[in-house]
Design a protein around this ligand. Structure first.
Ligand code: AP5
Length: 253
């Protein structure tokens, strides 16, 4: 028997219920966050990554970094992103492969914004199988998808209030998560900006693109029993707790 600590709440200091003696259970090779723009994929992926000390990769953030640095990939994807469309599958997959390999770790990955198509989901399965090599713990644990659903009106409200720090990348919201000093990053005091693809017309396009792919993508996980569905229309804390409760049965360290 291996000693495993089980926490029934994200608020570990308050609600930890003690140390149980249970057989060690295996986690998925990756946690993938699905959902429309503004669903909270980034917010909750970051929280889980922090909570469990796992590497989080946001494909959107990686692309934005390439765009800012004017790399070949950035120049190729900037226009596509500014129109709210998807970067071609083969380009995203190759970028992600390089990024994961550069991390040089074998722990569970927290993926925010990937996959967005069944093609990408299949690619990820293959990639993780190869990456697992002789690591049988990961080999037998397919990615687990957390799908956060949010109404379109709520998406509009959230994204029009989103502000980010161009320096450290931290995200704020004028309604739900304002900075201490208006318009200024709490951490490095950089002036906050709106993302260029958060204009109303581009948000509508992003929603349309999401909706075109969402059903088939979710089904590719649901049919294997690898889909957790979360109502994202509530507060950040409520969504966080809902994710925590659903994850418990799948992901115990
Ligand atoms: P990406 O950056 O991934 O954008 P997105 O998917 O549109 O998602 P967002 O970042 O807008 O929203 P989110 O769900 O992460 O919500 P967040 O937590 O930030 O991708 C950008 C572009 O890159 C794509 O359009 C595409 O061109 C390209 N790309 C990326 N990945 C790709 C891929 N795999 N394939 C092809 N192309 C790809 O929250 C949003 C706001 O709401 C924040 O202000 C937050 O504070 C607030 N908020 C969150 N939850 C709540 C809540 N419960 N209540 C109130 N406010 C909340």
């Amino acid at each position: 028997m291996i000693e495993t600590k089980i926490s029934y709440s994200w608020d570990r200091d308050v609600h930890r219920v003690g140390t149980l003696h249970t057989p060690r259970r295996l986690g998925p090779a990756a946690l993938v966050f699905l959902g429309p723009p503004g669903a909270g994929k980034g917010t909750h992926a970051q929280h889980i990554a922090n909570e469990y000390s796992l590497p989080r990769i946001s494909t959107g953030d990686v692309f934005r970094s390439h765009v800012a640095r004017k790399t070949a990939l950035g120049l190729q994807s900037a226009e596509i992103m500014s129109r709210g469309l998807l970067v071609p599958d083969d380009v995203v997959c190759e970028m992600l492969r390089e990024h994961i390999c550069s991390l040089g770790c074998s722990s569970c990955l927290v993926l925010d914004g990937f996959p967005r198509s069944v093609y990408q989901a299949n690619w990820l399965d293959c990639f993780l199988r190869t990456r697992s090599g002789n690591n049988h713990e990961l080999l037998h644990n397919a990615p687990l998808a957390i799908q956060i659903s949010v109404e379109h009106d709520e998406v509009m409200r959230r994204l029009s209030g989103r502000r980010s720090c161009p320096s450290c990348g931290r995200s704020y919201n004028l309604d739900s998560q304002p900075p201490v000093n208006s318009g200024i990053c709490d951490y490095d005091e950089t002036k906050l900006v709106m993302r260029p693809d958060d204009s109303e017309s581009v948000i509508r396009e992003r929603l349309m693109v999401h909706d075109e792919n969402a059903l088939a993508l979710a089904e590719s996980y649901r049919s294997r029993g690898r889909l957790l569905q979360i109502d994202g229309n509530t507060t950040v804390d409520a969504v966080r707790n809902a994710i925590g409760i659903q994850l418990e049965s799948h992901f115990i360290f």
